[in-house]
Ligand binder design. Structure first.
Ligand code: AMP
Ligand code: MG
Length: 405
């Protein structure tokens, strides 16, 4: 029986587990997911220091003339004691001296030789960066299940961490099925077709951080399909397209089940892309997508992206959404849970016209998709809609409403 879109996403969330882990240098870890909490070994900043180029002073010396004949630079380890009636010149990032109660920025004083006139408004701890105000020793500064980005690297480096433990890279194997298909780098006859799905899934999966292998297209026979499957079973995910419908040569599911596939999702109530199948053989997750390019693409974005997020150990593995409004009226046939691809310009959603399951050209324009319920016949201009982004990866930590009705 077909699963609903939400049931399919639940089955994925419940059945797909994170892969094992590996240790890698932080410089190579962007996009990877940490498998443990990172706890600060020391305060950041490590010591109280000056936030400005200025003078270390006592608060009681506000409005007074004080003398200054010492300087502290960043990198110094000052041993002197600041006394009332005096100031010590200090540079940004330099440790504050003992006895210092505030920093007065250089631009706020008037200076004559080594005598300085201090302003009236000097606050206790003013312009002092306190030890631990950024990261406190003993606290979690990077939580298990987070995706590392360039700014995470800054936090890791600031703690003197050279290597991180992350989920290993997901190995994906891809093949198309269909006697009519030829690789895009060969000459073809008028009745043949270039395989556009496999290079599409290859590059999309790579963009999502997977290590991808793509093998030759399988012919439409059980034997050929089984041979292709056997050669890819070492992958974590196998993605196929085609041969899942009710045609006379649609043997994809049969070939996989003959080789022991346990079916988790057998068709999804979605238009386009209903014949999609998700299953497992041992630890390998299998997704059989329909052959129609746009139908397979929307199912990739909805379901394979969810599988990849879950397998990589991300805490934020649910689809995030953006609330926006329709740019124009858009009529739909209704009666089905359906996907509409569109452009998003930051304020509104413009449905792509035309968008048919067998098309290729609309896909490159899509910034996101909306999911509509069967009662929707018309999306009026200005109507609030819920968009799932495609052009940027937006996973979140909890389930939210995905449908527009
Ligand atoms: P199927 O699901 O095998 O019945 O294929 C449905 C439609 O998608 C047919 O028109 C196929 O020729 C086309 N198709 C199948 N696989 C691919 C592919 N890898 N690239 C482009 N089109 C495909
Ligand atoms: Mg086919």
């Amino acid at each position: 029986m077909a699963s609903s879109i939400l049931e399919a996403l639940d089955i994925i969330a419940d059945n797909i587990s994170p892969l094992d882990k590996e240790i890698i240098p932080i410089e190579l870890s962007v996009g990877r997911v940490v498998t443990e909490d990172y706890i600060a070994n020391f305060d950041l900043p490590r010591f109280h220091n000056s936030a400005m180029d200025g003078y270390a002073v006592k608060v009681v010396d506000a409005t007074k003339k004080v003398t200054c004949n010492e300087v502290i630079y960043a990198g110094d380890n000052p041993k002197m004691l600041l006394k009332e009636g005096s100031a010590i010149k200090i540079m940004t990032g330099a440790p504050i001296p003992k006895g210092c109660e505030a920093i007065v920025p250089i631009e706020n004083v008037t200076m004559k030789e080594d005598v300085i006139l201090l302003p009236s408004d000097i606050q206790t701890n003013g312009f002092i960066r306190m030890a631990g105000e950024d990261i406190k020793k003993g606290t979690v500064f990077l939580a298990k299940g987070s995706v590392i980005n360039a700014y995470t690297i800054a936090s890791l480096a600031s703690q003197g961490i050279t290597h991180v433990t992350v989920t290993r890279v997901i190995k994906v194997a891809i093949f198309g099925t269909g006697d009519e298909l030829r690789p895009h780098f060969e000459k073809i006859e008028a009745h043949q077709l270039y395989n556009s799905n496999s290079p599409m899934f290859l590059t999309r999966s790579r963009a999502l951080g997977c290590d991808v292998r793509f093998i030759r297209t399988s012919a439409d026979t059980l034997e050929a399909l089984k041979k292709s499957i056997k050669s890819t079973l070492d992958a974590d995910i196998i993605i196929t397209s085609g041969g899942v419908s009710v045609g006379d040569k649609d043997f994809t599911k049969e070939a996989f089940t003959n080789l022991g596939m346990q079916v988790l999702i057998d068709k999804i109530d979605i238009k386009p892309g209903r014949p999609t199948i998700v299953g497992v053989i041992d630890k390998t997750v299998i997704i059989n997508l329909p052959g129609n390019p746009l139908a397979s693409m929307v199912n990739y974005e909805l379901f394979i992206r969810a599988i990849i997020r879950k397998m990589s150990g991300r805490t934020e593995h649910y689809h995030g959404t953006v609330t926006t409004t329709m740019k124009h009226d858009f009529s739909v046939r209704g009666g089905k849970y359906a996907v509409i691809l569109g452009r998003f310009d930051g304020t509104s959603f413009e449905a792509l016209k035309p968008q048919m399951p067998g098309m290729v050209s609309p896909m490159q324009e899509a910034d996101g998709l909306i999911l509509i319920t069967p009662d929707v016949n018309l999306l009026e201009s200005g109507k609030t809609v819920t968009m799932i982004p495609i052009k940027w990866e937006f996973g979140i930590g909890k389930k939210v409403e995905l449908f527009t009705s």
